[in-house]
Design a protein around this ligand. Structure first.
Ligand code: FAD
Length: 302
C-alpha cells in the first residue's frame, strides 16, 4: 500500500505529493487531468516570484518537479469511491482499487458557467472568472459582473477600484449578498446594479464588446457596451463522489482543520475542494504542503 495517496493533480496535489515524497515515504498521485484548472488559464501574474507565466507552462513545471521524486503518477484516472477499512481504499473509474495509509484529497473545483452564447467563445478574451487574477487586465475599462451573491458583490467592489465602471447583473429581483457588501457597493460612484435581468448573450468579435440581458418583467432585451464580463455564480467543488464519507459544507466543500485533516481519520484535503475561503494557486500549493505534513505527522503517530 501507499503511505500517502494524493487524489487530484492540480497545484495542491502536486505540492502535497512533493512534500510527502521528500519524507521518503511511499507516495502516489491519481489525477483525472494533471495540472487542473491552470490548464485553462492564460496569463498568471500573481504566482509570487514568477512575474508572468501561462497555465500550461506552469502545469508542465509542476509535473516535471513531481517526477524529480519517487512518486507513482497515475494520470487520466478518475477516483469514484473512498472507503475506510484497515487501510483507506480509493476505487478508480476503471475498477482498480488503490490502498493507502493516508489519503490527501485535492480534487479542486470548477466555476459554474452561465451557459449563454459567447461565454465559451470569449473565455480569456474578455470573459473571466477570477477578479483577483484578471481584474488588473481591465484597468480603465467597463466590465460587468454576473451574479449578485457575496462573491459577485465582493468582485464588483474589488473591480470598481481598478476599472472605469462596473455593472452588476443579477437574475433575481434583489441581490443575495450581505447587506454590508451591498451598502459598500452602493456607496461607489462607478458601480451600477441591474436586477431582474437574465443574461442572454456575451457579444464580441475577436474579444468581448458587450453583454445582452433581458428585463424579466418587460421581456425587453438590452445591450451594454463593455470590454469584460466576470462570471460569479458559484464555484463548485469536485467532491460529489465522496458522498457522506466525510464532513462537507452545504456547498460541498470538504471541512478541514489547521492540519488539513478531514473528519475521517487519515484522510486529509487541500486546495479549492476544501472550505478554505480564498481559492488561488499559491494558496492551494501552501495547503497541499500543509496537508502532506499533517499526513506525515499522522503516520508517525499511528
Ligand atoms: P484544481 O486546479 O482544480 O485541480 C484539481 C485536480 O483534481 C485536477 O488534476 C483534476 O483533474 C483532479 N480531479 C478532480 N476530480 C477528480 C477525481 N474524482 N479523481 C481524480 N482526479 C480528480 N489562480 C491564481 O492564483 N492566479 C490566476 O491567475 C488564476 N487564474 C485562473 C483562471 C481560470 C480560468 C481559472 C479557472 C482559475 C484560475 N485561478 C487562478 C485559480 C486556480 O487555478 C485554482 O485556485 C487552483 O488551480 C486550485 O488548485 P487545486 O489543486 O486545489 O485544484
Amino acid at each position: 500500500p501507499f503511505d500517502v495517496l494524493v487524489v487530484g493533480g492540480g497545484p495542491a496535489g502536486a505540492s502535497a505529493a512533493i512534500y510527502a515524497a521528500r519524507k521518503g515515504i511511499r507516495t502516489g498521485i491519481v489525477a483525472e487531468r494533471f495540472g487542473g484548472q491552470i490548464m485553462d488559464t492564460m496569463g498568471i501574474e500573481n504566482f509570487i516570484s514568477v512575474k508572468y507565466t501561462e497555465g500550461p507552462k506552469l502545469a508542465a513545471s509542476l509535473e516535471e518537479h513531481v517526477k524529480e521524486y519517487n512518486v507513482d503518477v497515475m494520470n487520466l484516472q478518475r477516483a469514484k469511491r473512498l472507503e475506510k477499512k484497515d487501510l483507506i481504499e480509493i476505487e478508480l473509474e476503471n475498477g482498480a482499487v488503490l490502498k493507502s495509509k493516508t489519503v490527501i484529497l485535492s480534487t479542486g473545483a470548477r466555476w459554474r458557467n452561465v451557459g449563454v452564447p459567447g461565454e465559451a467563445e470569449f473565455k480569456n478574451k474578455g470573459v473571466a472568472y477570477c477578479p483577483h487574477c484578471d481584474g488588473p487586465l481591465f484597468a480603465g475599462k467597463h466590465v460587468a459582473v454576473i451574479g449578485g451573491g457575496n462573491s459577485g458583490i465582493e468582485a464588483a467592489i474589488d473591480l470598481a477600484g481598478i476599472v472605469k465602471h462596473v455593472t452588476v447583473i443579477e437574475f433575481n429581483s434583489e441581490l443575495k449578498a450581505d447587506s454590508v457588501l451591498q451598502e459598500r457597493l452602493n456607496s461607489l460612484p462607478n458601480a451600477t446594479v441591474i436586477t431582474n435581468a437574465q443574461t442572454t448573450e456575451i457579444t464580441g468579435t475577436d474579444k468581448v464588446n458587450g453583454i445582452s440581458y433581458m428585463d424579466r418583467d418587460t421581456k425587453e432585451v438590452h445591450h451594454v457596451e463593455l470590454q469584460g464580463v466576470f462570471v460569479q455564480i458559484g464555484l463548485v467543488p469536485n467532491t460529489d463522489w465522496l458522498g457522506d464519507t466525510l464532513e462537507r459544507t452545504r456547498m460541498g466543500e470538504i471541512v478541514v482543520d489547521k492540519h488539513g485533516a478531514t473528519s475521517l481519520p487519515g484522510v486529509f484535503a487541500a486546495g479549492d475542494c476544501t472550505d478554505s475561503p480564498y481559492k488561488q494557486i499559491i494558496i492551494s500549493m501552501g495547503s497541499g504542503a500543509n496537508a502532506a505534513l499533517g499526513a506525515f505527522d499522522y503516520l508517525i503517530r499511528n
